[in-house]
Design a binder for this molecule. Sequence first.
Ligand code: GLN
Length: 208
Amino acid sequence: MAGNTTRPRVGVLALQGDVREHERVLQDLGADVVRVRRPEELSQVAGLVIPGGESTVIDKLSRMFGLQQPIRDAIRDEMPVLGTCAGLIMLADSLVDAIVGQESFGGLDVVVRRNAFGRQVESFEAELDVPALGASPVRAAFIRGPVIESVGAEATTLATLDDGRVVAVEQGALMGVSFHPEITGETRFHRRFLDRVAAPARVGASHG
Ligand code: GLN
């Protein structure tokens, strides 16, 4: 689909979670943002952000609203997707400590453990080195966040905590982070996502 506008139209999955914060960051970066609750809305966007919130609820609602398969198809068609926190859980191929029957969209060749930080440190902030985003560190807010327990051959680590635990990965057009860049004024993940939307790395992909 040839873009005839300089403003990329992207979606925020708006079933549950901190939709508004992502919307604001994306709008500030110049994007035209659509709240995605139905397949028709998904088909209008060139990229999707899956917010933080509660992955069990996002999973249930996405199935109820008929979005699970369309999102899986979009991921397979290499639509750029950024998932933060619960959104990372939704992008993982494999989950640890999921509830019974919980499903993800998949796409990232990783194993993600939900609620991976102990009770005392359920929420904390940390400065992360993310070389792919440049020299200045990322201020990251973790809120009952997951960790990436193992990174498969297809995925690339973007950031680790000081203890080595992986908290950000990417794979093709997909990016997943354990924390909430949208609440600490960190815009570089969203910018990287929008860059992907503007210049897809697809080779020979055609829209049918
Ligand atoms: N613990 C939540 C879950 O499992 C994620 C928390 C968040 O997105 N801030 O979905």
